[in-house]
Each structure stands twice: as structure tokens, then as C-alpha cells.
Write a protein that binds this ligand. Structure first.
Ligand SMILES: *Cc1c(COP(=O)(O)O)cnc(C)c1O
Length: 415
């Protein structure tokens, strides 16, 4: 038996180099706390990138997983299963949607949504209405289609040729969008709050304008709520807070509370274009994932949990503003619900990665959202006491960060 220790160094020997993981290896979690191999504790404001929406090891999710694990794991889509039907029924009751498709990741849900939009257009508008409009910056996943939709060169470089028929417009820029959408546009996809790209909220005018123009041009409007969904913003889905209803909605991340599952939801009229055999996935909608997501949804759709998200938003914001008054390293604190962005001041731009590293040393997990923004996406039920303890570590991280890294000073124009 191989008894050699499992260390971070092993990553560099046996795994693909497409990630750059932290130096510690977390081994155990409970609520909003984590422990590493040497039993050091961490407070989790990162939530596994907005996934562990009910913290780690939530007893109700563990129970659902355990119960289903003893019954049936996988049966394939040659059969339907009870947990999938229950979950789909509940999602239809709770949202505008009338039909649900399950997949395993955000990218897959978006891939399904984009394929459906193209096919719906082919069915109803003929072969020439194919263009998809997306916004810059945004993030929709890493398949070739979704990464091209995202439009960030750093993620598409070297992977071409890329799928054609995709146009990009600056986010929140309604005049630019108005100039771009046309009779050949078949779908428009957007994140109501940019997640990976800096935690920027769509303005209500922008979303209402996009909706109006999509109606005029008969283009389907897709909301990518992979990150903003599942009560993350204090509403079950962010579209509910805006009062702007999409034609297709995708979600993932928090949906399974840590178990991989995603969903693409739409009306029955649009869903009709995915006729039998037109699309599919082996694991999508498997009983294990759907049982866990069903248990998560029951908790996440509780209005008391949702008002708790808004209250905890205020605790975070008050704490962050107080800290920033003292240290003045952030130019803006923003976000919705428990998806928060702290944009570094100009002189610290480019340093988000360093901040995340320093915070980890202080026992705090935070995320970045691009080079200039620190992102927080904690559990929606993180206790107030843990928020405050985490904010103390955040403060210590700022002290350590500002002492280690010199702020960027623009080169003198007289040199
Ligand atoms: C994370 C994310 C995705 C991709 O999800 P994966 O599960 O990594 O495929 C897509 N869209 C948004 C908005 C996301 O935040």
C-alpha cells in the first residue's frame, strides 16, 4: 500500500497545470468553517465559488444525499426518476418556467440554452436568424461555445477556430445594444449581476430595455443565473428582484449546494423545439443530484432565508464600509444579497490575487473577480457571529496586504 503523504506538491506532478491551487489542502468543512490537513481553521467567505450556498455539510443535504445513496444513484435518461420530477415540478411552481432540463454544470446549462435558442429560431424564423448577442465583460462557461459567448480573449486564446454568429456589446450600454440588435438576432444572453467579471449589477433600465428590444426583434432573452440564482441575491432568482422575465433561465452553482447539478428552464412553447433526441446528457438529472438539489431548494425558497440574506448583506456592507473608512483601499463596495464586490482603489489595481493569498494566511477564504475586485460569496446562512469574526480576519488581511505590497505609483512623466 502506498503510504506516502498526499501533499500540494503532488498537484504539480500528477495533475494538469490548468489550475493554480492554493498551498493548503482543505479536508473538512462545517457550516462556514473549513479545516486544512494540519487542522488549521478558516472562515469561508468564498463558498466554493458561490456553490456552497448552505455552507458545508448541511444536515438536511447530507440526509438527502445519504437517503438517496441507499436507493438509486443513476438510471440514465432512458428512465425518468422521482427526485428529478419532484425538483422540476417545484422549479416550475416557483418560477416563470414550465419546462426544465437538467445538466451537470453551468456551462452545460448555457450550452443547452444557446442550442435551444438557435433551434427555436430555425423552427420559427427560418435559417437566417442565427446571431447571438452577448455582453463584455461576462462569463458563461468553458465549452467552446460558451467561452466564445463570454468573449474574453484570455480564455479563447489558442482554441480557435471559434463558433461564428456571436456579437459582443458593452454590458449596461443600452444605446450600443439598440444599435446592434437586428432582425438576424435570435438570442441575447446576459448575467443580471456579472459574477466573475467584477460583481457589476445590471441597471434596471438596461434590463428593461434589453427585454423590450428582444420582444420587438423576436429574439429570445436568456438570463445566465448560474451564479445569481438560488436566493444568492435575496430573491430566488435575480430576475424576480428586477421584475424582468427572461425566456430562458440557466442556473447551477448554488442549486445543488455543492453537489454538481444545473438546470435550464423555459416556457413550454420554447421547450417544444428540443424534440426527443435533439439534445441530452448522460448524468443530467440523476437521482443523487436531484435529491440533494430538492432538499436545497426547499430551504432556499423559504422567505425567511431570503430576508436573512438581505439582512446579512447589510451586516457585511456596514462592516466593510467601517473597515474601508480606516484603510481606504477600496474605491467601491457593491453587490446584491450575498454576492459582494470590493473594488480596489486605482493604486491597488491588479492586486486582487495577492489579496486573496494574504487573506488565506489570515485564515479567511475570499474570491477575486478580475484583477481589481475582491468577491465574497459566502453561505446564505452564515451566522452573524461568523460574519463578524471573518470581517476581523479581513481587516487583519488588509493590514498585512498593505504592508507587504507597495501601492502602484504611476511613473513620473518627467523621468
Ligand atoms: C460559474 C459560471 C458559469 C460556468 O459554470 P460551470 O459549472 O463552471 O460550467 C457560467 N455562468 C456563470 C454566470 C458562472 O458564474
Amino acid at each position: 500500500m502506498d503510504t506516502s503523504p498526499i501533499t500540494r506538491a503532488l498537484f504539480d506532478e500528477v495533475m494538469m497545470p490548468n489550475y493554480d491551487p492554493a498551498e493548503i489542502i482543505p479536508v473538512r468543512g462545517d457550516g462556514s468553517r473549513l479545516w486544512d490537513q494540519v487542522n488549521r481553521d478558516y472562515i469561508d467567505f468564498a463558498g466554493g465559488i458561490a456553490v456552497n450556498i448552505l455552507g458545508h455539510n448541511h444536515p438536511k443535504l447530507v440526509e438527502a444525499l445519504d437517503e438517496q445513496a441507499r436507493k438509486l444513484w443513476h438510471i440514465s435518461n432512458l428512465f425518468v426518476n422521482e427526485p428529478a420530477l419532484k425538483l422540476a415540478k417545484r422549479l416550475c411552481e416557483l418560477t416563470f418556467a414550465e419546462r426544465v432540463f437538467f445538466a451537470n454544470s453551468g456551462a452545460e446549462a448555457n450550452e443547452a440554452a444557446l442550442k435551444l435558442a438557435r433551434r427555436y429560431s430555425a423552427d420559427h424564423n427560418g435559417p437566417d436568424k442565427r446571431e447571438i448577442i452577448a455582453f463584455k465583460p461576462s462569463f458563461h462557461g468553458r465549452t467552446l461555445f460558451t467561452v466564445t459567448i463570454g468573449g474574453q480573449e484570455k480564455y479563447t486564446e489558442g482554441f480557435g477556430p471559434l463558433p461564428p454568429g456571436i456579437t459582443h456589446v458593452p454590458f449596461n450600454d443600452l444605446p450600443a445594444f439598440t444599435d446592434t440588435i437586428s432582425d438576424i438576432t435570435c438570442a441575447v444572453i446576459l448575467e443580471p449581476v456579472l459574477g466573475e467579471s467584477g460583481v457589476v449589477c445590471a441597471t434596471i433600465e438596461f434590463l428593461e430595455g434589453v427585454r423590450r428590444l428582444c420582444n420587438m426583434k423576436k429574439a429570445l432573452l436568456i438570463f445566465d443565473e448560474v451564479q445569481t440564482g438560488n436566493s444568492r441575491t435575496g430573491h430566488l432568482y435575480a430576475y424576480m428582484g428586477y421584475g424582468v422575465i427572461p425566456d430562458i433561465l440557466t442556473t447551477a452553482k448554488g442549486l445543488g449546494g455543492g453537489f454538481p447539478i444545473s438546470a435550464m428552464m423555459t416556457t413550454s412553447a420554447i421547450a417544444a423545439s428540443l424534440s426527443p433526441g435533439s439534445h441530452g446528457t448522460t448524468y443530467g438529472g440523476n437521482p443523487l443530484a436531484c435529491a440533494v438539489a430538492g432538499a436545497a431548494l426547499e430551504l432556499l425558497s423559504d422567505p425567511a432565508l431570503q430576508s436573512g440574506v438581505l439582512r446579512k448583506h447589510d451586516i457585511f456592507m456596514d462592516g466593510l464600509h467601517r473597515i474601508n473608512k480606516r484603510f481606504k483601499i477600496f474605491r467601491e463596495l457593491r453587490g446584491k444579497g450575498l454576492l459582494l464586490g470590493c473594488e480596489l482603489d486605482k493604486e491597488w489595481h491588479g492586486h486582487s490575487r495577492n489579496f486573496v493569498k494574504v487573506a488565506l494566511k489570515e485564515g479567511l477564504l475570499v474570491l477575486l473577480a478580475g484583477p481589481n475586485v475582491i468577491r465574497l460569496a459566502p453561505s446564505l446562512i452564515i451566522p452573524d457571529k461568523v460574519i463578524n469574526e471573518g470581517l476581523q480576519r479581513f481587516e487583519r488581511a488588509i493590514i498585512s496586504f498593505t504592508s507587504q505590497y507597495a501601492p502602484y505609483a504611476p511613473p513620473s512623466s518627467h523621468s
